[in-house]
Design a protein around this ligand. Sequence first.
Ligand SMILES: [Zn+2]
Length: 211
Amino acid sequence: MLEVHEIPVTPFQQNATLWVCRETGEALVCDAGDAGPILAKIEALGVTVGKIIATHGHIDHVAGTAELKRALGVEFWFPPGDDGWLQAMPKQAMSFGLPVPEIPVYEHEIHEGQAMELGKVKLEVFHCPGHTPGHVVFHQPEQRVLIAGDILFAGSIGRTDFPGGSFEELERSIQDKLYVLPGDTVVHCGHGPVTEIGREARSNPFVRAKV
Ligand SMILES: [Zn+2]
C-alpha cells in the first residue's frame, strides 16, 4: 500500500512528495526542491528513505537534492532527457534571484517502461514531454494514484513557454497518457491541490479529452 505525503517547498510552493510503502516502512523522496522541510517530514514519520527521484529538471524540483543525498546517503534517479535543465540550475537560480544550489549527480536514469519500486509497491513510468523534454510521471495502477509533476494541475496545465517546451507535445502527453487512465485516479500535482483524472478530462480549460 502506497502512501503519498505532499511537502510544499521553495518560493514556488512546489509539492515535493514523500512516498511510503505501508507494509515495509520503506520510503522515497520525489522532487526534492528543498532539503530542510523534507528531512523534517522524514523524521516526523520515522521512515527510511532509500532513494531520491525527480519528475524533471526545474530548480524548484531538484535544488535540495544534493544536500538531501548527502544527509540520507542515498542515490538519485533522474530522467536524462532533462539533463540540460539540471546542468543549467545555476542559471535558473540566478534568473530567479535565488541562491545557487549544487548540481546533484544522478547514479540512475529514469525511462518510460521502467518499474519504480518501493518496498512492495511498483509504479509505472510514463514519459510526458511538453513542459520539459524529459519530464516523467509515475502511476500506481492498483491504487489509482498518479504523481504528475508539472504536467497537469487542478484546472490548469504546466507552462510550455520555457526553452524546450511545447504545447502540442504537452497536449498529446495529457490526452494520450493521462486522460486514458481511470477517472477516479488521484493526481498529485507539482503545484496546488490534488485532483482526479476524470474531473480534468471533463473540465480542464486548457486540454480537453479527445472525443
Ligand atoms: Zn517545472
